[in-house]
Design a protein around this ligand. Sequence first.
Ligand SMILES: O=C1C[C@@](O)(C(=O)O)C[C@@H](O)[C@@H]1O
Length: 261
Amino acid sequence: MGDRAITPVRVQNVTIGEGTPKIIVPITGRTPGELHTQVEALTGVDVDLVEWRTDFYDTITDTASVVAQARDLAGQLAGIPLLATCRTRHEGGEADLTDEAYADLNVAVAESGAVDLVDVEYRRDRIAVDRIVGAAHARKVAVVASNHDFAGTPAKDEIVARLVAMQDLGADICKIAVMPHDAADVLTLLDATRTMHEEFADRPIVTMAMGGLGVVSRLAGQVFGSAATFGMVGTASAPGQVGAADLKVALTLLDRALATG
Ligand SMILES: O=C1C[C@@](O)(C(=O)O)C[C@@H](O)[C@@H]1O
């Protein structure tokens, strides 16, 4: 079966959903100073996008300071697209926000003019999700719907169903991270990725199995249909992230091999 047409997502000069998977580097500083240092450390590293994990930020509940920080980061990044992600406790992050506060924060960030993409945990209250998606799209900010399973790996059909649900609610990119307990779980994630990509997706998807067992899934997206992968510079934001420079070597190796046939 041939691949369905995938509509790529273009942010600044980066096209997600075309060519080799894009490398996203998370930054997790708690203060403006820590974030500044983390961005400085990206100099000379092959980074396609930066993810600001706003949930680590000390003043996350002060929306104006988050928006101001997003603008500072955009200036410092000078053209590297910025994804803003507030990962909540439900999904393995630091933020503990009501649905309304979660929506208010992400709407403000999406409307700041500083970010290119915003992450939305698709299982949050539907009104909150719809508010963020609407505000983002009104500003031409791409929506990355997400789901994390830190306890285990759902069945293949369930992984595909979650990705389809994200697509149905209007996400531009659909992302899922699962925790494997054995090699079969990693295969389940990869098989779900392939099926989603080949049979259901009309937009980019991003998938990963976390932890050491899952590292292969962070390298092999181009084979199975995952359009981006998270790699660290300094500090990981989830278990199993490898260094961005090593990731680039692995992605390039695979890309060359695939081009050779
Ligand atoms: O959704 C994801 C994926 C991730 O959890 C990972 O496993 O690499 C890392 C998070 O920072 C990001 O928001």
